[in-house]
Design a protein around this ligand. Sequence first.
Ligand SMILES: Cc1cc2nc3c(=O)[nH]c(=O)nc-3n(C[C@H](O)[C@H](O)[C@H](O)COP(=O)(O)OP(=O)(O)OC[C@H]3O[C@@H](n4cnc5c(N)ncnc54)[C@H](O)[C@@H]3O)c2cc1C
Length: 379
Amino acid sequence: MQRIHFETEHNLFRDAFRAFLGKEVLPHQDAWEEAGVVDRGVWLKAGEQGFLLPWADEAYGGAGLKDFRYEQIMCEELARINEPGFMIPLHSALCGPYIAEYGNAEQKARFLPGIIRGETILAVAMTEPSAGSDLAGMRSTAVDKGDHWLLNGSKVFISNGLLADLVIVAAKTDPSNPHAMGLFLVERGMPGFERGRNLKKLGMKSQDTAELFFNDVRVPKENLLGDAKGGFYYLMNMLAQERLTNACGAVAGAEAALQATLDYVRERKAFGRPVAHFQNTRFKLAEMRTQIDVAQVFTDRCVMDHNQKKLSPEVAAEAKLFTTELLGKVVDEGVQLHGGWGYMWEYPICRMYANARIQRIFAGTSEIMKEIISRGMKL
Ligand SMILES: Cc1cc2nc3c(=O)[nH]c(=O)nc-3n(C[C@H](O)[C@H](O)[C@H](O)COP(=O)(O)OP(=O)(O)OC[C@H]3O[C@@H](n4cnc5c(N)ncnc54)[C@H](O)[C@@H]3O)c2cc1C
């Protein structure tokens, strides 16, 4: 289906980003997967070419492109080549905006230029071993010690956990109020900030998802983002954009899985004819085509609404719920239509299947999306 919300400049940006991925990412994917982490150098190259935080003000080195379609294009192109480890969207559309939105002038001037150049890789650390969906249940604390905050606690499942130079860490700041939370900018090398294992996962093999530990970390006062008790609100506020990012990648991932499956069933023969010719195959593919087209139109509309600051948390949750569930269905049926070869890592559909599973869990599970949507229905 023809998409109508991209203009010439977006198409040029897509061509440039696709060429960048072809040169700097595709040749390294197997090695990164083996290493469990992408090469730091690719972040610098992405920065050089203006692909990190293109929305940021020119004063900091950004391009001032305040248009979420550019972020959407990067999510789509990364999904198209099935690269889960080089998380530009996490850096550019999730973490960077916290600093731009809630940072003060000094923090923006100090951090944004390095972030835009790819020298300072970002992560956000909310989840703890005993608190994921229920963020108010987190146990990490930051105590006001006058000239600094004393941070203690641990985080788990943190994307970019090993590579990150600057981690936005959520911690409780008032024992009497479970929603009083601060966001602290914890820098590589701060004494007491330790990294744990690169966690072994079902998919996303090139992504360094890690545990982080904070033992009496003295975080300078100037590294607190915004209000010391406002972190919970900041997190909730930013999650709509995060979920839209997931939706953009999920529809593109579903499209990539459909294309990989189409290629396969046209070639593969059974009972003397291509698998594509069986009615079951054609019907399954027709269902996928229809659902992806519908999901794409909805997602594109959400992107345009977000550009106008009109995307509600409920609709962002609908987008994440629908597209990530669809992605799960498409990759599953894609594997089925590949037969045994679909279970082999050497086939893209196998990796897509493994990578897709997390989409229904992180950035809020499907169940939490349903809670948000139903809350909006005032049930
Ligand atoms: C690969 C990966 C990368 C990640 N990256 C990051 C990151 O960079 N930063 C970060 O902070 N976190 C990250 N996460 C954490 C992720 O966001 C959480 O795993 C997710 O929010 C779910 O939390 P949980 O794992 O504690 O599950 P739980 O909250 O324990 O949920 C377990 C089950 O209970 C269900 N459930 C929970 N509450 C309700 C409810 N109210 N109603 C109905 N059902 C409910 C859930 O839907 C789920 O099915 C990552 C996780 C993974 C696996």
